[in-house]
Write a protein that binds this ligand. Structure first.
Ligand code: SF4
Ligand code: SF4
Length: 407
């Protein structure tokens, strides 16, 4: 990782209007909203069913970008996501809140190490289990979903996490989250919005599932509690910002200094005494103020071309945070027409690729270019720390694939 101290700032990483902000309920997620509109069922399945019908038609009609062999690649890549992630439901399968292999997998003895060393060892474990980046956040209760599809998430004075008939109970002592980022295959992703592009996303989710389940088991064997999560239970992006992994972009996604937006995020909530990381600021907000590349590349017009706001349109947004709000319902309606997910906004983002001179002409509204902008500074840092390679003048920088020691 690029050293955090290079990007630490006194500026708050986000602005929340406490009078209006409320914890977000899962039933207002775009996936659920669209499913309810289509089928009347409060699940995510209705949305997926319709998208798959379109995909089958496109494959049958042999439309370019929708071949059977690319679809096979996608289905193979997503096996562990489907097996472990179960459509994003909390406390299921390998993402259970209590270990499946008691007594073997759990220790009653709490590991005794200074927080600094423990934090370091946990981060090493995340890398072994497949994470390309990791950070520690204090768990901010505002980012925990208010309720899942059927029952609320409630903070308790108990010491063990539990799902009852009425609620998901999270102990207040579980006040740390280990946030992990998984880099997606950029070559595949560039096929977006074709089905090969989705294979990159599916593989990101599968790797996230394996890492979250593995890290949870590791923590339980250290004598502590763990709630492994994919997209469930708590909002990933604000947690990742708190964990110092990156900043929020106009496209509503995290931008990391190492890989731009080409990542997926998973997390494990725990009571391990870990040292939290600091949020970072490497000039993303100012750059996004002047860059509209993601909005221009969005086939559904879901990305704001205006200024940041506390307010949002549509059923799927959550007002009360100053940001560029995404029209999630429009985005997913495009996915349904397309037959598979879209990653155009990730691919279009220059932070995903690193600075090239072409960006200066594309960045039409830029008024700050004076020989150096935050994208250029970021690309220089990435070259220095081994994430990008210099190429001949005028050519795009070469991305260096992450080196993994474990999964
Ligand atoms: S995923 Fe595609 S449709 Fe959705 S916001 Fe990004 S570019 Fe637009
Ligand atoms: S494409 Fe431009 S405006 Fe959009 S998130 Fe990336 S840097 Fe920001």
């Amino acid at each position: 990782m690029i050293p955090k101290k290079l990007m630490q700032s006194d500026r708050a990483p986000y602005t929340v209007d406490e009078k209006h902000y409320q914890r977000f309920p899962v039933n207002r997620q775009a996936f659920v909203t669209v499913s309810v509109q289509d089928t009347g069922e409060k699940t995510r399945v209705g949305f997926i069913r319709k998208m798959m019908e379109t995909l089958d038609e496109k494959i049958e009609n042999q439309e370019p970008g929708y071949s059977q062999i690319d679809n096979a690649l996608d289905l193979g890549a997503g096996v562990f996501d489907r097996m472990v992630g179960k459509n994003g439901d909390p406390n299921t399968e390998l993402l259970q809140w209590n270990t499946q292999s008691e007594p073997e997998g759990r220790s009653s003895l709490k590991i005794d190490l200074p927080p600094e060393e423990l934090t370091q060892r946990v981060k090493e474990a995340t890398a072994l289990y497949g994470a390309d980046l990791s950070g520690i956040a204090k768990l901010d209760e505002r980012w925990v979903y208010s309720e899942d599809l059927v029952k609320p998430f409630v903070f308790t004075d108990k010491s063990v996490p539990e799902e009852t008939e009425e609620a998901f109970l999270i102990p207040k002592t579980m006040n740390r989250a280990i946030v992990m980022a998984f880099v997606m295959d950029e070559d595949l992703l560039e096929d977006s919005p074709g089905v090969a592009g989705n294979a990159a996303t599916s593989l990101g989710y599968s790797r996230m599932a394996i890492a979250a389940a593995s890290l949870a088991q590791y923590i339980r064997a250290l004598g502590y509690q763990a709630i492994p999560c994919m997209n469930d239970t708590v909002l990933s992006i604000p947690l990742a910002i708190d964990a110092g992994l990156g900043q929020l972009g106009r496209h509503g996604l995290l931008i990391t200094p190492e890989y731009g937006s080409n990542i997926r995020l998973g997390k494990v909530i725990t009571d391990l005494p870990l040292n939290p990381d600091h949020p970072i600021d490497f000039g993303v907000t100012e750059f996004c103020d002047n860059c509209l590349l993601c909005a221009k590349s969005c086939p559904s017009g879901s990305i704001s071309v205006g200024e940041r706001s506390f307010n949002c349109e549509g059923e799927t947004g959550n007002p009360g945070v100053l940001k560029w709000h995404i029209q999630g319902e429009n985005c997913l309606r495009f996915w349904q027409e397309n037959g598979t997910s879209c990653s155009n906004c990730i691919i279009a983002c220059p932070f995903t690729h690193g600075f090239e001179w072409l960006n200066c002409s594309e960045c039409e509204t830029c008024e700050i270019y004076n020989g150096s902008c935050s994208l250029q500074t970021n690309a220089d840092m990435r070259k220095k720390y081994g994430y990008l390679e210099d190429t001949s003048w005028g050519s795009p920088p070469k991305r260096i694939r992450p080196k993994r020691s474990g999964l």
